[in-house]
Write a protein that binds this ligand. Structure first.
Ligand code: URP
Ligand code: ZN
Ligand code: ZN
Length: 472
């Protein structure tokens, strides 16, 4: 047999095993694993490199409407290019509904933005902002059936926050359709109350973003989301968990047998609230929600990753330009932290940060790294085993890593649409040198070689993890 490609001489690592092995690829799929595989149109020398499943970043925001006068820094071309340089082969952005919009139309609009504009594969989660009977009774079940098998709900943000009644209704649809629910857990009224009070006291600098969303706000909403999910008996993923108290709510729910999953992100391992205390709006570069906390919270998030309380490590990439009134500097007159768009870039730095701080520093095995950054994302969102592993029959979505390479993260190394990285100056050991999607290199030895439009939209199955505990 002649393969299209053989990746030869590398060390393959999956979520469960590490082994010296060549990888044979035909027609975009992995068709053989072994030694002496024979001939191929192209032999790729991976000596000294790790051969890992490409990263799947299941929490990114791309080209999402972000309020009057604010523009997100990435379109699908720049976000997926940046993701590819960061060792990713697939991203799952959101198709965000706004009140009054048809969900089906929203999905069409996002396809119009994404189709033919991606370097790596994509699939959409939905965001449900309008829990009307028409949306929940007809559009949502039909979309789940069509492969949009997960959706996010917000317990905060103007125009997005759902009431408990609406959350319960949405969760019931998830239970009936087998979709996975992602929850942004922060108490909206508490944030509004604290924000008003801070502003009345003249406390408007960016550092007060953190003060307006303390840990109790996240812990309470996490507890409430879990309680609502328990009432309906539906699995949920609590996204972007930032601290021990919220994490403990998840751990406690799991000890009680509930299917409650957790995700954390690089900002909660690397940044603290002090980063938001910059002069001249510099702190705006780090404004995201939930906000970065303190060193103890960072330690807690590491424990959550090591103990499996968090099964996903995602970027929550939500990029705005810093030096730009359409970005973090906000239009004239809007000087309070209230108006700074929430979100930071991170799709390109997620994997190098976790590899370096996790694997290179001995906190995680390479197999845990693969699980947290690729395999578990595929399993959680109905993509496994097509995506998220190196196995015969799986898509040949592969990242080649140099585990010894030392780099210092800097905006000059980035390939996205933002004008800064919140991780400027962080030294890392371990770097993705090449990324291949369905057998085709997108990035090769640090150079973009893939074609715009080479990334496909991927409809998804229902996740095994989204199955309720009891029969319908
Ligand atoms: O600040 C954040 N995280 N922005 C992105 C939107 C979200 O809530 O995930
Ligand atoms: Zn969120
Ligand atoms: Zn997000």
């Amino acid at each position: 047999m002649t393969f299209d490609t053989i990746i030869r001489g590398g060390t393959v690592a999956t979520a469960s095993d590490t082994f010296a092995c060549d990888v044979g690829i035909t027609g975009g799929k992995i068709t053989a694993l072994g030694s002496d595989l024979g001939k191929a149109t192209e032999i790729v020398d991976a000596t000294g490199l790790l051969v890992l499943p490409g990263g799947i970043d299941s929490h990114v925001h791309i080209a999402q409407p972000s309020g009057p006068g604010i523009v997100m820094a990435d379109d699908f071309a720049s976000a997926t290019r940046s993701a590819a340089f960061g060792g990713n082969t697939m991203v799952l952005p959101f198709a965000m509904q706004q009140k009054g919009e048809s969900l089906r139309q929203v999905v069409k609009d996002y396809h119009a933005k994404a189709d033919g504009q991606c370097y790596i594969d994509v699939s959409f989660h939905l965001i449900i902002a309008d829990a009307s009977d028409a949306v929940l009774g007809q559009e949502l079940p039909a979309l789940v059936h069509d492969g949009y098998t997960s959706f996010k709900v917000f317990m905060t943000y103007e125009g997005l926050a759902l009431s408990d009644m609406e959350m319960l209704k949405v969760m019931s649809v998830a239970r009936e359709t087998g979709a996975m629910v992602m929850v942004h857990a922060e108490n909206y009224d508490a944030i509004r109350f604290l924000t008003d009070r801070l502003e009345a006291a003249g406390k408007t600098e960016t550092k007060y973003h953190g003060t307006s969303r303390p840990i109790a706000v996240e812990r309470e909403a996490t507890h409430r989301a879990i309680s609502l999910a328990e009432l309906i008996d539906v699995p949920v993923m609590i996204v972007h968990v930032s601290n021990r108290e919220a994490m403990d709510e998840i751990a406690r729910a799991r000890r009680r047998g509930l299917k409650i999953y957790g995700e954390t992100c690089p900002q909660y391992l690397i940044l603290t609230e002090k980063d938001m205390d910059g002069l001249n709006m510099e702190g705006a570069k780090y404004v995201c929600s939930p906000p970065p906390r303190d060193k103890e919270s960072q330690a807690a998030c590491w424990e959550g990753l090591q103990q499996g309380i968090f099964s996903l490590f995602s970027s929550d990439h939500c990029p705005f330009r810093y030096d730009d009134p359409q970005g973090k500097l906000t239009p004239k007159g809007k000087t309070s932290f209230r108006w700074v768009p929430n979100g930071i870039p991170g799709v390109e730095t997620r994997l190098p940060i976790l590899f370096s701080e996790g694997v290179s520093k001995g906190r995680l095995t390479v197999n845990e790294f693969v699980a947290l950054t690729s395999t578990n994302h595929a399993k959680t969102y109905g993509l496994y085993p097509k995506k998220g592993t190196i196995a015969v029959g799986s898509d040949a979505d592969i990242a080649l890593w140099d585990p010894q390479r030392q780099e210092t993260i800097s905006q000059t190394l980035m390939h996205g649409g933002s004008d800064y990285t919140p991780y400027e100056g962080i030294a890392v050991t371990g770097w993705p040198v090449s990324t291949m999607v369905r057998g085709q290199f997108v990035v090769r030895d640090g150079k973009l070689v893939g074609a715009l439009g080479g990334g496909d939209y991927v409809p998804r199955e229902k996740s095994e993890l989204a199955r309720p505990r009891t029969a319908l």
